[in-house]
Design a protein. Structure first.
Length: 322
C-alpha cells in the first residue's frame, strides 16, 4: 500500500515564553529547577521568546502538500512534535481523520539518533496502536537526500563569500551525543559522510583523519579552505560526549592561523535553539573573544527544494499489507 499521508516529526520547542517550563517538564519528566528554568528562558528571550521550529515545520508541510498535489497524489501532511505541540499523537489523529491509512514518517532530524528518531517512533507506534487500520513506513533520512546536501552546500558557499579574503576554517556541526548512547558511533559516521558530501559539493577536499582540540575527527587543515567535523550543544549529562566540541575548535583556530570560523550546521534542517542561540549567540561570542570573525551558514528551513525532495521520496514508500 502506497503512502497516503505524511507525518513530519520533530523534537519540539516552546512556542511562547510561558511554554518554556512545560516544555522542559515534557522533555525531562520533572519540574525544572528554577535557576535552570530562568537560564533557559533567558536564552529563548535572546531569540525572540520562543522556538520557530513548529511554525517553520508547518510552512514546510504546506509546501510538501502542494508538491504532492502537483504530481496528482493529494494527501494530508501534518507536523508532530515529540515534546511539544502539535504532538505526534495529534498529527496521527489528524492524518487518520483525513483519510490516511499508510502514513509516511519523515523525521526533521537529519541524522539517525536514539534521542530523536527512536523517541519519535515510540510516539508514532503508540498513536497508531490506538487507531485500527493504520500503519506507517519510513522515508529516507534527510541527510541522504541530494537536495538537502545541495542546500547546505549553497548556503556554505554564500557564507564563505561573506568572509572575503580572511583565512577561514569551516566547522561542520551537529548536536553532540553521549558516547555511551546507542547508535552514537553510527551517528558520528553519518555526520562525517554528510560533511564530506557537502564539502565536495562546495569544491573542498574530501578530508582525512586529523586531530583537533585533542580529539580525533575528519577534515583538512592544509587546503586553501580548511574544514573540520565537530559537535555543538553538548548537554549537562555527565560522561564522555562526541568530540571535538565546536568551542574547543574555535579556541584552537587562532593558533592554527585562522582568521574566521564558518559554522556549517549540516546536522540541522530547521532553525531552533541550537542554531539561533548556541551558534548565533554563544559560538559567535566565543569566536569574537578569540579575535575571529564568525559566520553561520543557513539551514534549509522551508525551502521549496527540500519540500520537493521530501515529496519525491514519499511517493516511493509504502506500508506492508500483511
Amino acid at each position: 500500500m502506497l503512502a497516503d499521508g505524511v507525518l513530519l516529526s520533530g523534537f519540539g520547542g516552546p512556542d511562547c515564553p510561558d511554554a518554556v517550563g512545560p516544555f522542559m517538564r515534557n522533555l525531562t519528566g520533572r519540574d525544572p529547577d528554577p535557576a535552570v528554568l530562568a537560564r533557559v528562558k533567558a536564552r529563548y528571550e535572546r531569540i525572540g521568546g520562543c522556538s520557530p521550529l513548529a511554525l517553520t515545520a508547518r510552512e514546510l508541510a504546506a509546501q510538501v502538500r502542494s508538491a504532492l498535489a502537483a504530481t496528482g497524489r493529494e494527501m494530508p501532511v501534518e507536523v508532530g512534535m515529540r515534546y511539544w505541540h502539535p504532538t505526534i499523537g495529534d498529527a496521527v489523529a489528524a492524518l487518520a481523520d483525513g483519510g490516511a491509512r499508510c502514513i509516511a514518517h519523515v523525521s526533521l532530524s537529519p541524522l539517525e539518533a536514539a534521542v530523536t528518531h527512536a523517541r519519535y517512533r515510540e510516539a508514532i507506534d503508540e498513536a497508531i496502536s490506538a487507531r485500527a487500520g493504520l500503519s506507517t513506513c519510513e522515508a529516507p533520512q534527510l541527510a541522504s537526500l541530494d537536495a538537502y546536501r545541495r542546500l547546505h552546500a549553497d548556503a556554505l558557499k554564500e557564507a564563505l563569500e561573506s568572509v572575503g579574503s580572511a583565512r577561514a576554517l569551516v566547522a561542520f556541526t551537529a548536536h553532540s551525543l553521549p558516547v555511551a548512547d546507542d547508535g552514537a558511533e553510527a551517528y558520528a559516521g553519518e555526520l562525517v559522510n554528510l560533511s564530506r558530501a557537502v564539502a565536495r559539493e562546495v569544491g573542498l577536499s574530501s578530508g582525512h583523519a586529523i586531530e583537533v582540540a585533542q580529539s580525533s575527527t575528519v577534515g583538512d587543515l592544509e587546503s586553501e579552505v580548511s574544514w573540520v567535523v565537530c559537535y555543538q550543544s553538548k548537554g549537562a549529562r555527565g560522561g564522555q560526549w562526541l568530540a571535538p566540541d565546536l568551542e574547543d575548535v574555535i579556541a584552537q583556530a587562532v593558533g592554527l592561523g585562522f582568521e574566521a570560523v564558518v559554522a556549517a550546521p549540516v546536522g540541522f534542517a530547521l532553525d531552533h535553539m541550537e542554531t539561533l542561540y548556541d551558534l548565533d549567540v554563544e559560538a559567535r561570542a566565543t569566536a569574537e573573544e578569540e579575535g575571529l570573525s564568525f559566520v553561520r551558514s543557513r539551514v534549509p528551513n522551508a525551502h521549496p527544494a527540500l519540500a520537493n525532495a521530501i515529496a519525491e521520496v514519499v511517493l516511493g514508500v509504502g506500508c506492508d499489507q500483511g
